[in-house]
Design a protein around this ligand. Structure first.
Ligand code: GLU
Length: 282
């Protein structure tokens, strides 16, 4: 994957945010004290740190990925330039707690909108539709979910992927729940597990990594609909509305498409078209 210091979307965000600041129309300091924003004009945003193409902390400390670009665009619309964003790692199992505690203002971290999660957090979006899939070694004979019976299948604690495995996809698989997908991928490479399951967007990003090229294959099964939303603290309707407006703008001004091409192009991931706000595919 190409390393980028500042993405095109982030650069555009900077220009626009300077304009926004000049107009002075935001109320970024109104929630001082929640911990997720401060009087100095910074905002804390939850992302993944280990998912290439979506949310990745590079070796040099830069951040890249589609979620990073979406988060950067949204933050700009909320009145925060890229250099005012503090990214915080929010692993799958930690997202609801991070929002409830006010550790972050919002989360853009391959975070599927579900009824269960909506009991605890609010969502803006969706901004991407992905599907659960399987990743195996290139020479594996696992091609269908039914081939997983008795096999060691890795997913991540707190994810819809792990839950779907238990509930319907492969209840008879030996589910190994790890803390992150990069740990699952390491397990697949070493032979500790036979397959990894999560969103196709995430798996494609790993499979395209230089060190894994040619070693893995995606089954290409659309085992679920994963509607990615931006998580915010329960009850913060004002932020949800602002983020929805930002996401609509990101699609209409072409920044969404640019971010898709830059981040999913290298992984050859064929994403679904931009979803409409509020249109959740079940
Ligand atoms: N999108 C799914 C979820 O929100 C799987 C990816 C993840 O764990 O972030 O649980």
């Amino acid at each position: 994957m190409k390393l980028r210091k500042v993405t095109a979307a982030a650069a555009a965000a900077l220009v626009l945010s300077l304009t926004a600041t000049a107009c002075g129309g935001d109320d970024k300091d109104s929630d001082t004290g929640s911990g997720s924003t401060d009087g100095g004009g910074t905002i804390k945003v939850g992302i993944k740190y280990d998912q290439p193409g979506l949310g990745l902390k590079e070796a040099g400390g830069d951040f890249s990925g589609f979620d990073v670009d979406v988060a950067t665009y949204v933050a700009k619309e909320l009145g925060y330039a890229p250099d005012k964003i503090e990214f915080v790692e929010t692993k799958s199992a930690d997202r609801e707690t991070a929002l409830a505690r006010g550790d972050v203002k919002f989360i853009a971290a391959t975070y599927s909108i579900t009824d269960e999660r909506k009991q605890k957090v609010d969502f803006a979006g969706p901004y991407l539709l992905a599907h659960q899939d399987l990743l195996t070694k290139a020479d594996s004979d696992i091609t269908e979910a039914t081939d997983l019976n008795g096999k060691k299948l890795c997913s991540v604690t707190g994810s819809t992927s792990a839950q779907n495995v238990k509930d319907e996809i492969a209840p008879k698989a030996q589910l190994r729940s790890y803390g992150t997908y990069s740990e699952c991928i390491a397990g697949l490479q070493s032979g500790a597990v036979d397959a990894v399951t999560t969103d196709d967007s995430i798996l494609a990003g790993f499979a395209a990594q230089e060190q894994y090229k040619g070693q893995f294959k995606l089954a290409g099964l659309k085992l679920s609909n994963e509607n990615y939303g931006i998580g915010v603290k329960k009850g913060d309707t004002e932020t949800v509305n602002k983020i929805n407006a930002a996401l609509e703008k990101m699609v209409s001004d072409g920044a969404w498409e640019t971010a898709v091409k830059e981040n999913f192009g290298p992984a050859n991931y064929k994403n679904e078209p931009a979803p409409k706000i509020g249109d959740i595919k079940s």
